[in-house]
Design a protein around this ligand. Structure first.
Ligand SMILES: Nc1ncnc2c1ncn2[C@@H]1O[C@H](COP(=O)(O)OP(=O)(O)OP(=O)(O)O)[C@@H](O)[C@H]1O
Ligand SMILES: [Mg+2]
Length: 202
């Protein structure tokens, strides 16, 4: 195995970046050393790992790196076999552009809704050619027409959707509760797609 940098990126706040970063790191930590690099000065991912009682997160290391310079240093320093998940800050396009340049895989969390698609486009435009990139639809109501329409639109635009995470109170509980079973199941599929994409290199 080699060092794998998964960047969880969105230009919009509140779409599920931190939740996705936490679940992926917890799943990945099962097999290899896993580190969350928290590039958000709000440090929500770092706090989640710190305050959670979930034993799956005990194995996850955290590095807080909210600036360009700290982030580069953290990514350079990490071990050769590590899984590195980078949680990114909302509305910081310049930093985001730098971070995705370092990615082996980019995961874009999004939600269903009219104004979301252009925001996904904005991130896709930042990702260097050849870097694998896919979406995760977070906090979805999968039985709605809007959800089905969004899936159809991404399929037509040939934007890969690597998974859908259902809306669950147990996921929204964050560090207050252990990682939620439905969330783990849904993110497991996303994690497999991330790994496959990383191996194929795009
Ligand atoms: N599958 C889900 N079911 C229910 N609630 C969810 C789900 N995923 C995320 N949420 C909730 O949505 C909100 C935003 O999620 P999260 O903090 O992960 O997004 P973010 O993109 O990191 O936000 P920010 O831009 O503020 O960093 C949180 O309240 C979170 O608990
Ligand atoms: Mg966040």
């Amino acid at each position: 195995m080699w060092k794998m940098i998964v960047v969880v990126a969105a230009v919009k706040g509140g779409v599920g970046k931190t939740t996705s970063s936490i679940y992926l790191a917890a799943l990945g930590a099962n097999r290899r050393p896993a580190t969350i690099v928290d590039a958000d000065p709000q440090a929500a991912a770092a706090e989640w790992v710190e305050f959670s009682d979930d034993e799956r997160l005990e194995k996850v290391n955290v590095i807080e790196a909210p600036t360009d310079r700290l982030l580069s240093r953290a990514l350079d320093r990490l071990g050769g076999e590590d899984l590195v998940v980078v949680d990114t800050p909302p509305a910081h396009d310049r930093l985001l552009g730098k971070i995705v340049e370092r990615a082996d895989v980019v995961l874009i969390p999004t939600r269903v809704g009219g104004i979301e698609a252009p925001r996904v486009e904005a991130v896709l435009a930042m990702v260097p050619a050849g870097t694998p990139v896919g979406l995760v639809i977070a906090s979805a109501r999968t039985f709605t027409r809007d959800y089905q329409d969004a899936l159809a639109a991404y399929a037509e635009a040939r934007v890969p959707v690597w998974g859908t995470i259902p809306e669950r109170v147990g996921i929204a509980a964050g560090p207050a509760r252990p990682l939620f079973e439905d969330g783990l199941e849904a993110y497991k599929k996303v994690w497999r797609r991330v790994q496959t994409a990383a191996r194929s290199g795009g």
